[in-house]
Structures are given as structure tokens and as C-alpha cells.
Ligand binder design. Structure first.
Ligand code: 13P
Length: 343
């Protein structure tokens, strides 16, 4: 393993002012997104949509350090025949690839899932590396559930183990792993319950990473923030989210990890930006802290585009705007005023 190369890529992924665009929706998920804007989910339409994002020059070159792709996308060419991977590289961004195969029910653990995809992973990583992937992503999903019944020990342990096996394989194949243990925002739990479960999940994850000999300097962590469940009657202020998130992460994430890139997880665009900004405003963090957003970067351009050629420029402006807002948030320099001015 060439640790200095892995560390160089991981550091570039979390460079100041920049973050990651998660454009790795599976065929089923992207269909839902396209259905919502009245666009048929064909391979060409999926390509056109993503090509539009990757050609958003301003946002891509200044604020997007890397793009997570889906298997179909990493193999696609732009309309003019240029591989999409080359478009991303030309914009000064790193191509990455989602390598998990999604979730399946976990036996004897009702309502819980395990992420699959370890079989044949070494060979797939090696192929993706040949196509140009510099980093990979694997998402584990943990549900808090109602009445504090979940998660089960089985679910936390099995998912942490799979994440660590994946991360070790990535590093052995010269690819930087994004380790994503997502504690879902679904439910009516309060922020403190989110902290309690996320702390457990992160501790198990780093324990398994250690047992599997993953080198922390050559990975990026993609966690959820400490937030209340979507249906919780007890909302949390931006400052409370920032302080509880940082306290939780400091207790769980070794300083050897170069960077943390949050998922947005169903927060609104502006919430995701405001929270990231408040976290960075706290300062004195042992790691770089940035974004790896899917919905919070794409909801606005998707709506603006709605599948119409005449909307492409406006959709790219919407994407550039979100990329810039989140870029500022990585520096703790975002202000709500900047959103109003753009509106
Ligand atoms: P969201 O930001 O929409 O949660 O997506 C990020 C992601 O890549 C989830 O795996």
C-alpha cells in the first residue's frame, strides 16, 4: 500500500473551500428524483442530467473536490463522446465510485438492514481504478427506530465489520475509502438520542477499522450530524447541532483521519449549509470538515432543470450557487444574507 498516495488523495478530497458531490444515486433512486420533475428515467436522460452538473464549471472547479459516481455513470460518455470521468477530471475534481450493492434485511433483526457487496469487491475496485476512480464509497444504514428499541447490537456490529472489510480492500487496491455509517434522521427521537446512537456506531466502526488494519490517514469519514429525527417535536437550534456534533465527533474520531465529509441525510439545502458553517465556525477542529452532499446539492438544480434544454444554464447557476454556499461553509464564512441575495 502506498500510504502517501492515499493520504494525498484523502487530503485533496477535503481541501479547504471544497467538498464532495454525491451523484451516485442507484438506478432506483435516480428514477424517483427524475419522476419528481417529470423526466423519464432513461440512460440518456440520467447521463444528460449528470453531464449538466459536471459541466457547471464555476461550482465544479472551485468548490467540488470529488464526485461519487454510480456504476452506470462511471462508464458513460458525454453527448460529445468524452467520458464523464474525463469531464470531472478536466474540472479539477476527482472521480469516485459507490461500490456497495445496497441494503438487504438483516436476519432475525426486524426492520434492520445490512449493506452488501463484499463478494468480488477486490476485482471491481481494480476495474474502477482502471477507469479512473481515486476513491470509493460504502454506505451502512442504521435506523434508530421508535421507542428506543433499535438499533440492535447485531446490526451495528455487522455493518461496522462490513465497512471495515470494504475499507481495507480499498486501501489494498490503492483507492481511498469513504466510510459512511449513516444513522438515519427518520423517526421522532431527539438530538440526544441521535448523539447516543451515533457515538456507539462510530466507536464500533473505528474498532473494526483497527481490527482490519485500515490506515486512518488514508480514509475519509462520512457521518451524519447530530440532529433530531425528522418527526421529533423537539427541534434543535443551529448552534446546538454544531456543538453536539463536534463534541460527539471529538469523542469518537481519531485525529489521524484527514477529513470528515458529512452527508445531508434529508436536511433542507439551507439547513445542511448552516449546520456545516456553524461547525466550522467553532474552529479548533482536529480534522478538515466538509460536505459530501447528494440531495442538499442537487435538489435546486434538479427542480430548475426539469428536463428542459432551455433551463440548463439556470440549473447550472443553481448548482454553482449551492456549491459556493457549501464551499463557504467549509471555511465558516457562510452568511444567511448570501442566500437571500441570490433568491
Ligand atoms: P444525501 O446528502 O442526500 O444524504 O446523500 C449523500 C449520500 O451519498 C448518501 O449515501
Amino acid at each position: 500500500m502506498n500510504l502517501s498516495e492515499l493520504n494525498k488523495v484523502a487530503t485533496a478530497m477535503v481541501a479547504p473551500g471544497r467538498g464532495i458531490l454525491a451523484a451516485d444515486e442507484s438506478t432506483g433512486t435516480i428514477k424517483k428524483r427524475l419522476d419528481a420533475i417529470g423526466v423519464e428515467s432513461t440512460a440518456d436522460n440520467r447521463r444528460d442530467y449528470r453531464e449538466m452538473l459536471f459541466r457547471s464549471t464555476e461550482g465544479m472547479s472551485k468548490h467540488i473536490s470529488g464526485v461519487i459516481l454510480y456504476d452506470e455513470t462511471i462508464r458513460q460518455n458525454a453527448k460529445d463522446g468524452t467520458p464523464l470521468v474525463k469531464l470531472i477530471e478536466k474540472a479539477g475534481s476527482l472521480p469516485g465510485i459507490k461500490v456497495d450493492k445496497g441494503t438487504k434485511p438483516l436476519p432475525f433483526c426486524p426492520h434492520e438492514v445490512i449493506t452488501e457487496g463484499l463478494d468480488g469487491l477486490r476485482e471491481r475496485l481494480s476495474e474502477y481504478r482502471g477507469i479512473g476512480a481515486k476513491f470509493a464509497k460504502w454506505r451502512a444504514v442504521i435506523d434508530i427506530g421508535a421507542k428506543h428499541v433499535l438499533p440492535s447490537y447485531t446490526c451495528v456490529k455487522a455493518n461496522a465489520h462490513a465497512l471495515a472489510r470494504y475499507a481495507a480492500l480499498c486501501q489494498d487496491e490503492a483507492i481511498v475509502p469513504i466510510v459512511e455509517p449513516e444513522v438515519l434522521m427518520d423517526g421522532d427521537h431527539d438530538i440526544d438520542r441521535c448523539v447516543e446512537v451515533t457515538t456507539w456506531v462510530l466507536k464500533e466502526t473505528f474498532q473494526e477499522l483497527f481490527y482490519n488494519r485500515v490506515v486512518l490517514e488514508g480514509m475519509v469519514l462520512k457521518p451524519n450530524m447530530a440532529v433530531p429525527g425528522k418527526k421529533s417535536p423537539k427541534r434543535a437550534a443551529v448552534q446546538e447541532v454544531a456543538e453536539k456534533t463536534v463534541r460527539m465527533l471529538k469523542a469518537c474520531v481519531p485525529a489521524a483521519v484527514p477529513g470528515i465529509a458529512f452527508l445531508s441525510g434529508g436536511q433542507s439545502d439551507e439547513e445542511a449549509t448552516a449546520h456545516l458553517d456553524a461547525i466550522n465556525k467553532l474552529g479548533d477542529l482536529p480534522w478538515r470538515v466538509t460536505f459530501s452532499y447528494g440531495r442538499a446539492l442537487q435538489a435546486a438544480p434538479q427542480k430548475t432543470w426539469s428536463g428542459k434544454t432551455e433551463n440548463v444554464a439556470a440549473a447550472q447557476r443553481a448548482f454553482n450557487h449551492r456549491a459556493m454556499m457549501n464551499g463557504l461553509a467549509t471555511l465558516g464564512q457562510w452568511k444567511a444574507d448570501l442566500e437571500r441575495k441570490a433568491a
